[in-house]
Design a protein around this ligand. Structure first.
Ligand code: ZN
Ligand code: ZN
Length: 253
């Protein structure tokens, strides 16, 4: 399977609109971060985890030709705002899109995209099938995902383990019982927002500590703020086995 980081930025993306800081004005392509999302491709299945406001451009940039499902971690705008653009795959595949979310996230999606779920539908709107994520592992095509509950301050958010790869975004704390699901993962992705304390995200230091506790062969940080610093500078501060992800990074799992 292949993982592609479609976006590795926090909710505002990097650069931030109208910000002149050294990160936002950096010429390094790795300092251009769209909103966080990954593409997961097996031999016969392609899924995306989250479809934030940059979804359309992410699909174009990664030249994604088909999509078998959209899996949501949680309902914050930077993770769901681009769902309208799944229409392109509806037209091409002549089928509704399977949308995987837990019951709470589904209720927000229904509220925020009311026209998609209206009784009398306007022509051309997205066609979706809502699929409910519970605590149990589930299959999208031949990709098996195990949900992991993490806490985004007080909001439960889902991380996902796929074989020995685990993707966690928007976490501040993880209960010990859920941490057990991370054990033995070879590649771990964690959110690491900035060095300054934050109420709902791991800081850089907290993410390093959790990465070292879990001990994956490689840990990648994502959901990065312009306040963390430039990719090249921050990378040189990281312990062995921990890297900053960047948009376009592909890894095999
Ligand atoms: Zn987020
Ligand atoms: Zn900035």
């Amino acid at each position: 399977m292949t993982i592609t980081f479609l976006g590795t930025g926090t909710s505002q993306g990097v650069p931030v609109i109208a910000c002149g800081c050294e990160v936002c004005s950096s010429p390094d392509g790795r300092d251009k971060r769209l909103r966080s999302s990954i593409l997961v491709e097996s031999d016969n299945t392609t899924i995306v985890i989250d479809s934030g406001p940059d979804f359309r451009y992410q699909m174009l940039r990664a030249n994604v030709q088909k999509m078998d499902g959209v899996v949501f971690t949680h309902e914050h705008k930077d993770h769901v705002a681009g769902m309208d653009d799944i229409r392109a795959f509806n037209y091409k595949q002549q089928a509704p899109m399977d949308i995987y979310a837990d019951a709470r996230v589904q209720s927000t999606i229904v509220r925020e995209f009311p026209y998609v779920f209206a009784e009398n539908k306007y022509p051309g709107i997205p066609q979706v099938n809502l699929r409910t994520i519970t605590e149990e592992p589930f299959l999208v095509g031949d990709i098996r995902l195990t949900p992991i509950e993490v806490m985004h301050y007080k909001l439960p958010v889902l991380g996902f383990r796929i074989n020995d790869f685990t993707y966690i975004t928007d976490a501040k704390t993880i209960a010990d019982s859920e941490k057990e699901k991370l054990r033995g993962t070879k590649i771990l992705v964690l959110n690491a927002l900035q060095k300054q304390a934050h109420i709902s995200h791991f800081t850089f230091q907290e993410a390093i500590e959790l990465a070292q506790e879990i001990g994956a062969e490689t840990t990648y940080f994502t959901h990065i703020s312009h306040r963390l610093g430039k990719h090249a500078d921050v990378s040189s501060e990281l312990p062995a086995g921990i890297k900053l992800a960047y948009d376009g990074l592909k890894i095999s799992i």
